[in-house]
Design a protein around this ligand. Structure first.
Ligand code: R5P
Length: 283
């Protein structure tokens, strides 16, 4: 039985259809005082897959509620987009390691279970879970879509060193070369790019990254590559967090198109990770 959390209803539906499994009927509400309410209306099976991304604190509460409802059953927990994954370290004294705190809160519900993440920002987070866990990679699915978009003389670019492995995987799928930019994060909303010559003149460029949040990284990278003579710049990202006016920033910077997956359900989520998740659950 598949249980779709409120942040992952469409993806849960796609996974249930792919696996030909029952999709539970759930009710999600907010009480007048702002507290969240969940109910699984369908009678539960013994083996359950919960699919719920956690882009907001409220989504985390819904996830805890669903896990509590399923207590005592064998649960495969799929968190397609794991919020707080960028708080994977204590960067300054006095800070929490929030990703670890969340794993610690989820562990008691997963004693007979497993966890499936998708392109987790920091794979070190997986060590904080005490059950079998895997990190599914959607890069090839994104590359497959990009490959069907008619790009000419393609080069894949990573906006920083953190996405180099992803860019290399994408370039191997597309049969082209890759390079990376040197981004420094100045604050939650500001980044800078160190000067660097990249061989993009007259070529179609695809920037691959795990997520687009404020759009600051991608907007800076698009402008940088266009200044270096890129013909067209496309973006491919697994998690379209897209806060505030991120999409406007990207198009103002001159992006040709944005391709992302349905780990978060946004207008640009045109590539589904359902086949990846279905395969992981089946095995
Ligand atoms: C950072 O290392 C990530 O891979 C992304 O590059 C970053 O989180 C994107 O954030 P934003 O869109 O706010 O620049």
């Amino acid at each position: 039985m598949i249980i779709g959390g409120p942040a992952s209803q469409l993806l849960a539906g796609r996974v249930a259809t792919t696996l030909n499994e029952t999709l539970a009927l759930c009710d999600y509400k907010t009480f007048p005082d702002g507290e969240s309410y969940s109910q699984i209306v369908t009678q539960l099976d013994d083996e359950i897959a919960i699919i719920q991304s956690t882009p907001t604190d409220r989504d985390l509460v819904y996830l805890l509620q669903l896990l509590d409802i399923c207590r005592g059953r064998r649960v495969s927990l799929v968190i397609p987009y794991f919020g707080y994954a960028r708080q994977d370290k204590i960067f300054k004294p006095g800070e929490p390691m929030t990703a670890r705190a969340l794993a610690t809160a989820l562990n008691p519900f997963l004693q007979n279970g497993s966890v499936h993440l998708v392109n987790i920002h920091a794979p070190s987070i997986m060590a904080h879970f005490q059950c079998p866990i895997d990190n599914l990679d959607a890069t090839a699915l994104l590359a497959e879509r990009v490959g069907s978009m008619g790009l000419v003389d393609t080069v894949v670019i990573s906006p920083d060193k953190g996405a180099v492995a992803m860019a290399k995987t994408a370039a191997a799928c597309l049969g082209c070369d890759s390079d990376y930019l040197q981004k420094t994060r100045l604050s939650g909303t500001e980044v800078s790019m160190a000067p660097k010559e990249v061989a993009v003149k007259g070529r179609d460029v695809v920037i691959f990254d795990d997520m687009i949040a404020t759009g600051g990284t991608m907007a800076m990278a698009i402008s940088f590559l266009r200044q270096q003579g890129a013909r067209r710049v496309f973006l491919a990202a697994v998690h379209p967090v897209l806060t505030g006016s991120a999409i406007l920033k990207l198009y103002r910077s001159g992006v040709e198109a944005v391709v992302a997956t349905d780990t978060l359900d946004k207008g640009v989520s045109t590539v589904s990770v359902a086949p990846l998740i279905a395969k992981a659950l089946r095995s």
